[in-house]
Design a protein around this ligand. Structure first.
Ligand code: MIC
Length: 653
């Protein structure tokens, strides 16, 4: 049987388990990625592992998420991270050098390798033919220490792209929106999507990056684009052609499933508020008023993503951003910023009235540019979860750069196909002069590293202590939540809350602040509690704060109809039970204040029982289930992965 590329890469890196979908496997990791908002916790947990220098080929620490520096908290985090990177052997990409996923495909991503990163959109590097997986900070720290990365073996789905996009009005963004429309925000769970077909061959690396980035919005493990001429050309421009690997799926490669899209049939799509899979054809919403257009983030910040709106603004003399709209543009990296400055795109945008932002995540994670209340915001970003933009009642639409570019002139959502002939875009000057790593600082040598002291500001607190699982658990139901709760509901985005990413007691104060403002009060009164959730609980980001904050408040178990992959693992890694309802009726009967007892939970986990018994108000009983791997059961009994490693895990890979 012919093998697909994803399986070949997994096989090459397999150190534990069997490559059968659903089986627990351990993978050798080549590269790791951290950004500032997840990196502080990850690095402090790495410290606790007691391994002086990272054990992977390449570890990179980026600073791109929170660079607002409102007060000492944020710069204190950056200072600590820079020192830790130097000490532990990690490359440090300074603030302003670019958004981690863009810089990673420019400078590091390598065909055939495996990358794990403490950011759900780490998947972007799949554009270069590697398997790139988003994970919680602790899992990444453990990989940095040289232990295998543990995951449930994913299925591999072929996405066959036929035909060609009618560029520039129909774009790569529309391909990923179409996948979201077809498969939903949980349709990619435990799956790697491997792209094939003539439509794939036509996509540039940044276009592939858009798709690979937003594969995270399907809850998928990864996306992989087999390396080809586009990959080779990209690596050549990046002056690292030697990183090219001539690998690909066998001619008769088999896949666990298949999706086919005819790109010629595709029109512009848009995700309506307030979930990325709420996708409709542009015609359905054309004419909707908007007050804001934000272009670029870890998707759609590439050269041509900005050159198109630039060209549209410059197309007719005196054409500017509509008076009712605030428009912003973010280049993805210093390299792209330099390229648009040299070619004249920057000037076109500025003259047209677009506010130029620095190459950081910015509005995508609620770092400024919150939309006005009750108004619609149109963004070329990847997520539109409630409140993520910074305004509680926000209505964010997600679209391609083409839709954004014509809409910012019209003052309402517009169909680019009605704009007429596309204007000519300014081409980049030769990229060569901008390809450098001057703003990536290399780690210290081993001797110097030993002497480096880590500076810690007053807001930086060590990660919370874990307790082993008792024989029985008893607590009150502290909140009952609907489907699709995002990690942003648990640990919100935005400058105010993200400033506490290195301070769990403080960030815990924001848990469910919009969804259930009384939640924290109840937990404080009761001392402990359980969370009940619906389907796809914990979708979205990789932030382990969404597990650490409830832990800090005394949450010992979450019961849901189903869990998103990364959050489920973060709960387990932090020693919180992630249990699944067997019957929707038990979810329907759950009420705040009920006392739930798990009388034999420790024994049940130790015995490998499939079901866990729950007794409600000492009166009735029901069973919940779980999908814990045998090692995960041990981790839960031990009270978290750090404890488990301290007890058992001396054998680094
Ligand atoms: C996101 O897009 O949600 C984030 C902010 O990049 C997160 C990481 C974080 O919360 O720090 C992610 O995607 O994992």
């Amino acid at each position: 049987m012919g093998e697909n590329l994803a399986r070949q890469i997994l096989k090459e890196h397999l150190v534990d388990g069997e490559l059968k979908p659903g089986e627990p496997i351990g993978l050798r990791i080549d590269q790791t990625l951290l950004q500032d908002a997840t990196g502080t916790m990850a690095c402090m947990q790495y410290e606790q592992l007691g391994v002086p220098r990272v054990q992977v080929d390449r570890a990179v620490q980026y600073v791109d998420h929170n660079v607002i520096q409102l007060d000492n908290k944020n710069p204190d985090d950056h200072r600590m991270l820079q020192a830790m990177a130097r000490k532990f052997g990690i490359d440090y990409s300074r603030p302003g050098n670019g958004i981690c996923h863009y810089v990673h495909i420019e400078r590091y991503a390598k065909p055939g390798g495996i990358l794990v990163g403490a950011d759900s959109h780490t998947t972007t590097s799949g554009a270069l033919g590697m398997i790139a997986i988003g994970a919680g900070g602790l899992d990444v720290a453990v990989a940095m220490a040289g232990y295998p990365y543990e995951i449930s073996c994913p299925e591999v789905v072929e996405v066959h792209l036929d035909g060609e996009l009618s560029r520039p009005w129909v774009q790569a963004k529309d391909i990923i929106l179409e996948l979201l429309r077809q498969l939903s925000a949980s349709g990619g769970k435990n799956k790697i999507f491997e792209f094939t077909g003539p439509g794939t061959a036509n996509l540039s690396v940044p276009e592939r990056g858009t798709i690979a980035n937003m594969i995270a919005e399907l809850g998928a493990t990864s996306a992989v684009f087999p390396p080809d001429d586009q990959t080779r050309e990209w690596l050549k421009i990046q002056q690292r052609e030697d990183d090219f690997e001539d690998i690909g799926p066998d001619d008769d490669a088999e896949y666990d499933d298949r999706v086919a899209i005819d790109l010629g049939e595709l029109g512009p799509l848009i995700a309506k508020p307030r979930n990325p899979d709420n996708v409709v054809p542009i015609e359905e919403v054309a004419g909707t008023d908007i007050a804001q257009v934000c272009m670029g983030s870890s998707v759609n910040s590439g050269y041509y993503d900005l050159a198109l709106p630039g060209a549209i603004l410059a197309d007719r003399d005196g054409q500017v951003v509509h008076h009712s709209i605030q428009a912003t543009a973010t280049p993805g990296s210093r390299q792209i910023l330099a390229a648009i400055a040299a070619s004249g795109v920057y000037r076109q945008l500025v003259e047209g009235g677009v506010r130029m932002l620095e190459p950081v995540c910015g509005p995508c994670v609620g770092m400024g540019q919150a939309p006005p209340s009750g108004a619609n915001s149109l963004r070329t970003m990847n997520r539109n979860f409630p409140g993520r933009s910074g305004s509680e009642d926000d209505c964010v639409y997600l679209c391609s750069p083409a839709v954004a570019a014509v809409s910012l002139i019209e003052g309402k959502i517009a169909d680019p196909r009605e704009y007429g002939d596309p204007p000519e875009m300014l081409e980049p000057a030769e990229l060569k002069p901008y390809v450098d790593d001057l703003h990536i600082f290399k780690p210290a040598g081993e001797d110097e590293a030993e002497k480096i002291e880590i500076p810690r500001g007053p807001n930086i607190k060590t990660p919370p202590e874990h307790q082993p699982l008792p024989d029985e658990l008893e607590a009150k139901v502290a909140t009952v939540q609907p489907d699709d709760i995002s990690t942003g509901d648990l640990a919100p985005d935005g400058a105010e809350v993200m400033a506490y990413r290195s301070n769990i007691p403080a960030i815990a104060e924001f848990t469910f602040r919009h969804r259930d403002p009384e939640f924290r009060k109840r937990l404080k009164e009761w001392g402990s509690g359980f969370i009940v959730g619906g389907d796809n609980y914990g979708q979205g980001s990789s932030r382990e704060h969404a597990a650490l904050a409830p832990l800090q408040l005394g949450v010992k178990a979450v019961f849901a109809k189903s869990f998103a992959r990364i959050h489920r693992r973060n709960l387990v890694a932090q020693g919180i039970l992630a249990l699944q309802f067997k019957s929707d009726e038990d979810y329907d009967n759950a009420e705040v204040g009920q006392c739930w007892k798990l009388p034999n939970v420790r024994q049940e986990l130790e015995d490998g029982a499939e079901d866990i018994t729950v007794v409600v108000d000492d009166d009735r009983e029901f069973k919940v289930t779980h999908d814990f791997a045998p090692k995960e059961r041990e981790i839960l009994v031990e009270g978290g992965l750090l404890h488990w490693l301290q007890e058992h895990g001396k054998q680094a890979a």
